[in-house]
Structure formats: structure tokens, C-alpha cells
Design a protein around this ligand. Structure first.
Ligand SMILES: Nc1ncnc2c1ncn2[C@@H]1O[C@H](COP(=O)(O)OP(=O)(O)OP(=O)(O)O)[C@@H](O)[C@H]1O
Length: 292
């Protein structure tokens, strides 16, 4: 097990942000941590990285306590760009990590090449755009080739081309047998890059395999709902109701359904083909928050 959380609690004053969080992560895995602003994502990531001390609970990384300094070569934590020094160059930042981690100049150069930042590596960070800073932060996180990579909002400020490149990089790292935890608000990106999602809601986690979101369904609006339900039941066609519409699995033949309803004077007003996806799952889990 690369990371194991057991019974983590954390409060700030009277507000309990994390309640009995337990989670096991093995390699290879790309896991997204998702939740509304203030739900405790950064607090949880900080706790994993021993930057915030939980009130209760245990964190082990590669079967060692997260307080054991020997694990620092195996873990990287990318925070937001406030950790960067504007008066230093990108190279200075990478060299600083290389010195601590006992890495060579070759490691810096190859990481810079992999991240496509060689062209501005010797410029001061104060002159970097948001996307350039983001590339440097990721370079700093991967230069030591860690087994566990924790990235807080890695796609922040990236244009579509850069986002596609980072997505590719994460998949490469996954194929190199890493475990990656990504905190992100970008739900459509999560569909592309992750295998599992952990939703943080009211201090608890809901962990799900993303595969279950990958199915499509149809939503039919009809003029005579009761008659349509009756027709489907008589024809042994399984359906659900959603927002006053008929929800059907995508495997049914649209033509066949339309014919059966039409034969009995039910008019189809609209048909939507919907992919469940992380965003729709999020809307369901956080229905109250989304509506308010
Ligand atoms: N050091 C602290 N002192 C007091 N309260 C804190 C502290 N750190 C976090 N909090 C509170 O804990 C809650 C969770 O904050 P956290 O930053 O972990 O949320 P988040 O999910 O990362 O939010 P966002 O998506 O906005 O980054 C918030 O209500 C925040 O105000």
C-alpha cells in the first residue's frame, strides 16, 4: 500500500472539516479529490504531507509514518504557485530540490525537457505567466521521480494545449507505476485523467470507480407520460423517471421505442443522450449545494 489513511479527524475551532476519513491507495492509480470550496481538500492533502497535524488518525506512506523523514524521496506535493520565489529562476527552484534530493544536473535538464520549460528555465519566475509557473511546479514535483505524487489543482491556468500535455504526462506517470492524487475543480478533465474519484462531502469521503460514470442514457420527454409508462411496462422495457422524463439505457433501439410510443399516439417532444460523467455525478452528490 503506498498511502493509507485511518480515522482522520480535523477541526478548526468549532468547525470539523474532516470526520473519520479512511482511504487506501495503491499503485498505479490516478485519483481525483473533488469537493466544493472549503470542503477540506487542501487540509487533507496538507495532513498527508505532514504540514497540518490531524486531531486524530494515522497516515502511513509506504508502510512508514508520514512523519518519517526517509519517505521524502518517494513523495512529492505540488501546491499552488505561492511557493515560488519571483526573484529566482526556474532552474534555481529545480536545483534547490536537486540539492536536497541528491539529484544531478542531468535530472534537472531531462525534467525540464519533459515539461517543455527549457526555453524559459533561466528566466526569473516573476516574468512567468500562470501556465509557465504551473509547468515549473509540476517539474519540481516530478524531478525526484517520486512513487506518490500529490498535485493540488495541476490544471489551474493551463490553456487547452497545455492541459492536454499535462493529461498525457499524468497517464505516462501512471504507466510508470506511480500513484497520483489530483485535487481539481475541473470535472471534465477528471473524466479524462483519473481512474477513481473521492468526493469530500460534509467532512466524509465517497470513493468511486470512474468506470461507472462511463455509460450513456436517453432522456425522453413525452406529451402523455402515464400512457408512455404503461406502454413501456407492457413491452417489458425497463426504465426510470428523472425530472418528469423517461430515462432509458442507451442500449435500447431509439427507433423501436419511438415506434411503440407512436403506435399508441404518444408524441416524443425531446430526446437527450446523456453521459453520466463526473460532473453529473457531482451534481447528484452535491444537489443541495448546486441548487442553492
Ligand atoms: N489554518 C486554518 N485555520 C482555520 N481554518 C482553516 C485553516 N485551514 C483551513 N481552514 C478551514 O477549513 C475549511 C477547509 O479548507 P480547505 O482549504 O481545506 O478547503 P478546500 O476544499 O481546499 O477549498 P478550495 O476548493 O477553496 O481550495 C475551510 O472552512 C477553511 O476556512
Amino acid at each position: 500500500m503506498i498511502l493509507s489513511l485511518k480515522g482522520i479527524y480535523k477541526s478548526f475551532g468549532k468547525s470539523t472539516v474532516l470526520k473519520n476519513i479512511s482511504l487506501d491507495i495503491d499503485i498505479p492509480k490516478i485519483l481525483a479529490l473533488v469537493g466544493p470550496n472549503g470542503s477540506g481538500k487542501s487540509t487533507l492533502l496538507n495532513i498527508i504531507n505532514n504540514l497540518v497535524i490531524p486531531d486524530q488518525g494515522e497516515i502511513t506512506i509506504l508502510n512508514k509514518s508520514n512523519k518519517d523523514t526517509s519517505i521524502f524521496k518517494e513523495v512529492s506535493y505540488m501546491q499552488d504557485n505561492s511557493v515560488l520565489y519571483h526573484y529566482l529562476t526556474g532552474y534555481d527552484h529545480l536545483q534547490f530540490i536537486a540539492n536536497i534530493q541528491g539529484l544531478s544536473k542531468k535530472d534537472i535538464v531531462s525534467t525540464a525537457e519533459r515539461m517543455g520549460i527549457t526555453g524559459y528555465l533561466h528566466k526569473k519566475v516573476g516574468h512567468y505567466s500562470l501556465g509557465m509557473k504551473q509547468h515549473l511546479l509540476i517539474a519540481m514535483a516530478i524531478v525526484n521521480d517520486p512513487k506518490l505524487l500529490i498535485l493540488d489543482e495541476p490544471l489551474n491556468g493551463l490553456d487547452p494545449t497545455s492541459a492536454i500535455k499535462i493529461r498525457k504526462l499524468l497517464l505516462e506517470l501512471y504507466n510508470e507505476e506511480k500513484a497520483i492524487i489530483v485535487s481539481s475543480h475541473n470535472l471534465s478533465e477528471i473524466d479524462h485523467i483519473t481512474s477513481h474519484v473521492v468526493f469530500l462531502k460534509d467532512g466524509h469521503i465517497i470513493e468511486e470507480d470512474i468506470k461507472q460514470y462511463e455509460y450513456y442514457f436517453y432522456l425522453f420527454s413525452v406529451d402523455k407520460l402515464e400512457r408512455a409508462k404503461d406502454i413501456l411496462k407492457r413491452n417489458d422495457i425497463a426504465f426510470d423517471l428523472m425530472d418528469g422524463k423517461i430515462k432509458l439505457d442507451h442500449l435500447f433501439s431509439l427507433q423501436d421505442i419511438a415506434q411503440k410510443l407512436g403506435n399508441e399516439q404518444v408524441v416524443i417532444l425531446d430526446i437527450e443522450k446523456i453521459r453520466l460523467g463526473t460532473e453529473n455525478r457531482y451534481k447528484k452528490i452535491f444537489a443541495k449545494e448546486v441548487q442553492s
